[in-house]
Each structure stands twice: as C-alpha cells, then as structure tokens.
Design a protein around this ligand. Structure first.
Ligand code: ADP
Length: 746
C-alpha cells in the first residue's frame, strides 16, 4: 500500500479555532510520519495549485493557536462548483500524491468535499484521457478519503453538539449584550440585538439564556401568535412594572414569523418605539461575532478534532464513506459526513416549509428543552400555581470556593421553582448559614441580573457540618419548613450533603431530597465531566497566558505559570493544551528529579536553536517539594545564561470574573434538572439524596451513597478523570518536533 499523504484546507466562513484544527492536523500527521500539505485560500487554492498548496513542517504551524480566523486563508470558490474546477483540483492533488483531504468548513464546504470524493474516480479517468496524469499515478491514488471538521460559528451542523467557532462567537455576543445591558439599565432603555446564525437559532437562544434578555426570536420556533408584536410589548411592559430597568430583545438573523415572513430588527424597533413611546436602539453585532481570539473551548475542540481527523485517515479503508469529526457528550467521535449534512439541510427545509415542530425535533432534545427553560426564565412574573397542587418550600445554597456561574444557577433555580408554584428560600453562606439559621425567601426579582455576574451573591463557605451542627441544622430546616435542598458548589458541599444524608436516621428533618449541582473551577467533582465555573477559569488562564507570552517574546524568557485546581490537574492540562505550553506539571503525574533534568535539557536545546519563549504550566499542588519557586530556581540555575526564568502565580483572578457563556448555559440547564428532581422527590416517602452532572453524553444522577466510592479521599478528586486521556494529545502538540525526530537526534 502506498503511504498516506494528507492535505488540509479551511473553507467557507472563517471561524475561531480553525487554526488550532489546522495545527493539530499538521502536527499529528508529521508525528505519524505522514507528509502533509496546507491548501491556502480554500478550494480556490486547490484549483490554483502552485504555491497555494504548500508542504508543512512542524514550525509552519507554530504560534497560531491563539489567533482568530484562519492563517491558511479561506475563500468562496465558484470554480470548485464546476466539474472543470474540480478536475484541476484533482490533478493538483494527484501531482502531490495526496490521497486524504481534511476540510474544515461549514455544510457548504463539506458538501463540496463529498461531491469531490464521489467524482474522484471519474475525474482521474478524465485526467488520464487528457494526458494530464499518467495511468499509474491515477491507479496509485484511486481513492480520495475525506474527513470533515465543522468550522462554523453558527453551531448549525446536525450530528455534533458543537462546531468549531460557536463558543467564541457566544463569548463575543454575551460580552456585547452584557455591555449593552448596563447602558440599557442606566437609561431604562430597550435594545434590539441582532445576532448571526443563518438558519440556526443556537447563538440567539443561548445568548438570550446566558444574558437574561427578555425576548428572543429564532428561526426554528417563531412566535405562535399572529399578534406576536403586541405580546412582546406586553411582556416588556410587565417587566418594567416588575422593576426591570433594561429590556433586551435578541433576534437571530434568520428570524421569521410563523408564516415565514422575515422579521427585521428595524421593524421591531419601530413597533416598540410607537408602543412604548421611548427610544429603542438597534445593535447589529455583525462580524464582531466571528472575530477575536478563540476561546479556550474552541482551541481545544479544534485541536482534539484535528488530532482525531488524522487518526481517522489512518484507520480508513478505501471503501469507507467520508467521515465527519463530531463532539457528542463531551467526547470526540466520528459520524458519516453526508448523513449529517443531509439532516442539516432537512432542518433548513423544515423551516422553509413552516414545519417548525420538525425543525425543533431535528435540532434535538437539549435545544428544545433549553428553549422551554428560557421561556420561563424570561418571564416578568411566575405563572400562578396550579389549583390544588402541592406547595413545597425548597432551599438553595452555595458551598465551597466561589465559582463563576453559581449565581446563574441560583437565579434559574429560584425562577423555575417559583414558576412551578413553590416557595424558594436562599440560605446564606452554605452549611454555615444553615447552622446559623440565615435563611430568606427569594422572589422573582431578587435574582434579576444574576445570570451574568461572577462570585456568589448568596455567600458561600467551606464548612462541612459535624457533631452538634446537625442539631442546629435540623432546627433551621424545621423552623423554615424546608422540604428540599439544592446545593450549588464544590466538594465540601458534596461532603456536607453526604453527612446530612447519612444522619437521616438520627434526624427526621433530614429526610428530604437533597441534590448537589457541580460548581467548582477545579473541575474535581465526581459524576460530572465538567463543573460550572471551570470553563470561565480556563478562559481567564488562557487570556492571562496569552498576555504573558506576548511580553515574554521580547526577551528570551521561560515562564512558569502556576494555576489553581488543588490536586486536580484539569485546569493545568487544559490551559496547557489551549496555550501550547511545552510542559504541564500535574499532581496526578507527580514530578521527579529526572523529569526536571530532562526539562532543563529541552529548554536549553530549544533556546540554543533560536527559541525565544518557553512556557510551562504547573498545577498549584503538583508537588510538595518542587514548588513553583523551586522549579524556577532550578531552571534559572541551569539556564547557562541562554534564557531568563520568571514565574507567574495567577491566584484568585481564576475564581473571579463573569461566568463564560458555557458556564451560564450549563448552570441553567443543571438548575432546571435539579428543580425537577426536588419537586419529584419531595413527594416521596423516602426521597433520594443525589449529585448530578454530565457524563459522556447524558445528565446523570448518582446517589450520595456512592460518593465515597467515586472520590479519591486522599487527593480529594474523582477516582476516574476522563480528561487524563487528553494528555497524549497535549504532549504531542507541544513537542518541539516529531518524537521520531527527537529520537534520531539523540
Ligand atoms: P460554508 O462551508 O461555510 O457553508 P459555503 O456554502 O459558501 O460556506 O461553501 C464554501 C465553498 O464550498 C463554496 O464557495 C464552494 O467552493 C464549495 N461548495 C459549496 N457547496 C458546493 C457544492 N454543492 N458543490 C461544490 N462545491 C461546493
């Protein structure tokens, strides 16, 4: 069999994270000993050939991880839509002996790629007949294998829960809407914000959820009323009466009414101005949404997908159909490319045919559920209780260190609980407040504006109850008639909940449902792949390291950055992956002297060969003896004056900041599930005590009984940590050259 040879291109609209994907494809291919080309300017470059198709080496993709857009360029190519264009493209690939093409683009680009593959044999026949390639060359490259990576800010592809670029676009949109909200509130003004997304309402829906906007219009689910404009005005008025100072209407670019008539932002503006008799401002976010540095999530998604693309190429058999790399349940997998594209088209067709039920069904359960949750959260007042329904008194609290997204979760829990006709109580300062009886009733507007703020407005503490505390807690529970508890927080909160659960036999007041919602920047909670707050912390670290890197290239410097996480290396590893750090020190792996000798050697070698910047990331508790100070001192002493060493301990900025869109969305979804749980369990004679989270795809519940089994007690982290597998990719990407080359050099 002839050796594989890959070409990678980016096509269609650019998306942040495309660079990470291209870098990962190039480096993984080189590591596997495969030649790899980058095609500049998308399909147009494939037709142009020549210098548009360049062979890549390890360094040609250095330093691009943090850049927005795509450095290899993208274009829309009419030429590639013609058979002649594709024939020339085929010739250019055969000439370079390429047999696998990795395309990073939207559904248009992936459709084009698939067509190219289908036509490939006949294109080669034509080329042989025209005498442009030899029959032998054609026989050697008889098949073209395609792998698609979806690069699209719209998150509009069926078959993957996220596309590369969508998370960054949401960052840009939420930043903008947060900013607009404060000026809108100052002037008591209404703003209409238009966001991108073509046929897909994902960005609009999630942005509205994340920012607490008041009305949202998406293509998949137009308002069911003919007089929706009046309904919107009535809602905004009610909001003002209830005490809201800002009103924000988010509209997706593909928004329409139920008859399919497009709804424009200026139409809404005019209508609102006439009805509300106040100034209404329109902000069309436009291309700002595409731009800027990619978020931590998009860098890592691009990297992991690019890695998987090459693995897929290597495993491919000639007859295999084209594959798309997908994210499902937080895991990278593959899916048949054309099936995903067809389903994506089916959504657009359903919208065109006004079959909105089908459009929502095709978007999937979580989209539909999010829409339902959003409609409740946006209300200006809760629904009246259903006559005869059971009225519950449910409490919510925060425990452990503050994590961005805690307030978002509390807001959602309060509103969703009130809307179901129950009383919601806020407990201040975690278990400490429960012991001291610091409880207060929450109403609808008490959580207004909480969606977007970091920290913990309820107050939080690390207190884990024991001994006499139980008596005090039982008294508080009885005094306030608390019939269920939602604990939003970290491991100390889980431990506290576990204690109450265990003491049920001794304290009848504890026989109530209790549920833990994972919220900790450390991402060290059992039963949960990702805890609320970790994404924000990761972005804070990545932004800080980007700045440090910029400052460091001016001198020849090596930076050692210390990040949080207690004994869990998630933040260190994932920020290392997102910033291209060459070394990550984790508690899980420990540090030994021979590692350090090797690290020093690598550093010296690198700087001797012209490297200008070294970057290492150390988890705060990676090693007791080899602290950040000690490591720096060792590197400095051994630097042979080739480089300087500086340390940067990022500290508490990692716990702060407004929650990222992902954390806000996750917090809201989790809270919705927790409120359902409490309401359901509170009706039972023996209610459950549980902790919840997303695990490989689904929202799972575990009984608190399982807690000791799942937690590594000594190290205070889950026994199984899914992300440890990512170490292989992180190591590969950050090597100075392919490992076989390093071996040869030794
Ligand atoms: P996106 O990939 O972001 O959806 P487009 O739909 O504009 O963007 O597609 C990008 C490029 O992919 C087009 O300019 C064209 O070169 C190619 N392409 C799209 N659809 C097809 C098709 N049906 N056949 C051949 N090429 C296509």
């Amino acid at each position: 069999m002839t050796k594989k040879c890959i070409a990678v291109l980016t096509s269609g609209g650019d998306a942040p994270g495309m660079n990470a994907a291209a870098r990962a494809v190039v480096r993984t291919a080189l590591e596997r000993g495969i030649r790899v080309f980058a095609v500049y300017e998308g399909y147009q470059g494939l037709i142009e050939g020549d210098t548009y198709i360049r062979e890549m080496n390890w360094d040609s993709v250095g330093g691009i991880l943090g850049l927005g857009g795509t450095i290899i360029g993208t274009a829309r190519s009419d030429g590639f839509r013609t058979r002649e264009g594709r024939r020339i493209a085929a010739r250019n690939l055969v000439e370079r002996e390429v047999d696998s093409l990795v395309v990073v683009g939207g559904d248009g680009s992936l459709t084009g790629a698939n067509l190219f593959r289908q036509e490939w044999p006949s294109l080669l026949t034509d080329l042989v007949e025209l005498g442009e390639i030899t029959a032998e060359a054609a026989a050697q490259r008889a098949n073209l294998f395609i792998v698609g990576l979806v690069g699209s800010i719209d998150n509009d592809m069926h078959g993957t829960s996220m596309t590369i670029g969508a998370d960054t676009a949401l960052h840009r949109i939420t930043e903008a809407i947060d900013a607009i909200a404060s000026t809108a509130a100052s002037h008591q003004r209404t703003f209409v914000v238009k966001v991108m997304g073509r046929n897909c309402g994902y960005l609009a829906l999630m942005a509205a959820l994340a920012t607490g906007a008041e009305w949202v219009l998406i293509p998949e689910n137009p308002p069911e009323w003919d007089n929706w404009e009046e309904k919107m005005v009535a809602d905004l008025r009610r909001g003002r009466q209830a005490g809201r100072r800002d009103s924000i209407v988010v509209i997706a670019e593909g928004a329409r009414d139920k008859h399919g008539n497009p709804i424009g932002s200026s139409y809404i503006q005019k209508f609102l101005e006439e009805e509300l008799r106040e100034e209404v401002r329109v902000t069309v976010l436009g291309h700002v949404q595409r731009g800027g540095a990619p978020s931590a999530f998009d860098r890592n998604l691009g990297t992991m997908m690019g890695y998987e693309a090459v693995q897929t190429v290597l495993a491919a058999q000639p007859e295999d159909e084209s594959q798309m790399i997908a994210l499902r349940g937080n895991r990278i997998t593959t899916a048949p490319l054309m099936k995903c594209v067809e389903q994506t088209r089916a959504i657009a067709a359903a919208i065109d045919a006004h079959d909105y039920e089908r459009a929502m069904t095709l978007r999937g359960d979580s989209f539909r559920e999010t829409f339902r949750t959003l409609r409740t959260l946006l209300r200006s007042l809760p629904h009246a209780p259903t006559p005869g329904q059971k009225h519950l008194r449910l409490a919510v609290m925060n425990c452990g260190a503050p994590a961005p997204g805690m307030n978002t979760a509390v807001r959602a829990a309060v509103r969703l609980g009130l809307d179901r006709g129950h009383t919601i109580l806020g407990i201040a300062n975690g278990f400490k407040g429960l012991i001291d009886g610091e409880v207060q009733e929450m109403d609808w507007m008490s959580v207004n504006g909480w969606a977007a703020t970091g920290g913990s407005n309820l107050g939080t503490s690390r207190e884990v109850p024991s001994g006499r505390d139980f008596y005090a807690i039982a008294r508080t529970l009885e005094k306030y008639g608390i019939q269920g508890i939602l604990m939003v927080g970290g491991l100390s909160g889980y431990q506290g909940a576990y204690q109450l659960f265990r003491e049920r036999e001794n304290y009848p007041a504890f026989n109530i449902p209790i549920i833990c919602l994972p919220a900790s920047i450390n991402n060290n909670l059992p039963g949960s792949d990702l805890s609320v707050g970790a994404d924000t912390a990761l972005n804070v670290i990545v932004e800080a390291v980007d700045k440090i890197k910029q400052a460091a290239v001016a001198q020849r410097r090596c930076y050692l950055v210390e990040v949080m996480g207690r004994k869990c290396g998630y933040l260190a590893l994932m920020s290392g992956l997102a910033t291209g750090a060459e070394r990550v020190y984790l508690h899980e792996e420990g540090i030994c002297l021979s590692d350090l000798v090797n690290d020093v050697e690598q550093l010296r070698l690198g700087f001797e060969h012209g490297k200008r910047l070294g970057l290492m990331i150390r988890n705060e508790e990676a090693h007791q003896v080899y602290s950040t100070n000690v490591l720096c001192a060792i590197f400095e002493a051994e630097s042979s004056d080739l480089f300087e060493v500086r340390q940067s301990i990022l500290g508490h900025i990692q716990q702060g900041g407004n929650p990222s869109p992902f954390d806000r969305i996750q917090a809201t979804r989790f809270a919705a599930r927790c409120i359902d749980f409490l309401i359901e369990q509170a009706q039972l004679a023996e209610p459950a005590g549980s902790f919840m989270g997303l695990e490989a795809g689904g929202l799972n519940l575990h009984s608190l009984e399982e807690l000791p089994k799942l937690v590594d007690k000594e190290n205070q982290r889950p026994k199984r940590q899914w992300w440890m597998d990512v170490r292989t990719i992180a190591k590969l990407m950050s090597q100075p050259m392919p490992s076989w080359q390093i071996e040869q050099g030794k």
